[in-house]
Design a protein around this ligand. Sequence first.
Ligand code: MN
Ligand code: MN
Length: 299
Amino acid sequence: MNKVLVFGHKSPDTDTVTSAVVMANLENKLGIDAKACVLGKLNKETKYVFDYLKIDEPEFIQKVDEGQAVILVDHNEFAQSVDGIENAKIKKVVDHHRICGLKTAEPVGCTATVLYKMYKENNVEIEKNIAILMLSAIISDTLLFKSPTCTKEDIKVAEELNKIANINIQEYGLDMLKAGTDVSDLSADELIGLDAKEVTIGNYKTIIAQVNTASIPDMLKRKEELEISINKKIEEKGLDLFFLAITDIINSNSQVIALGKDAKLVEKSYNVTLEENTAFLPGIVSRKKQIIPVLTQNA
Ligand code: MN
Ligand code: MN
């Protein structure tokens, strides 16, 4: 029998990559032959985690064959999934995002939080490495518990996991997040695609991208080249809006660069004026909670 492939979304983030590894581990423990994969290059934040644990990165795959058994983690939309997903055999979906626009009963901040519960439900012991992978995902998705997406459940699970992991969460977490902000070696094209989601908002075709930084002014030094890349992407994909959130992980604010013929949607949504295509958005850090729904309301 061929292996079940477990993977998260394209433009992989830490939750997506670690959740694939963790889910494959759980399946293996339950006697299923499963293997974790990734759909893109690991970012530096995620690399920090794998270097810290001295474990191998999951194998990169571009597409799956017809009938391939798969498990999706941290996403549930074909647009964000592997090429060939339409003809794959989807065994399970483990996610914390809305499914077809429906609010799930208990939203949590991170796929790892859901996976933790699955270990408990199945009475499977969590090894130290696995605990650190899950903790890393929670830290990443909740920006060290500071994002409005962070729930009591995420915090509780993180505390439980740290009984096994036994690390200094604040210190490890900040080092991990900071590792992700080193984007000096990335081209502007890579930067705007690092964490980008294609979303239809009302009648608008948009991409909402996000990049973490320790200094917004530093990132804005690259504004000109970022705008060239963004405009190229708008043309290529026929977008109405490209929203790039440059998120300050230390102070929990964002600076938006908004381009496209419907960039005014950003002004209306946040009651700001775009000056040279950019505006400061105090307290905004979460695409899921503070960007997509706010734009949707005003679209
Ligand atoms: Mn994700
Ligand atoms: Mn996630």
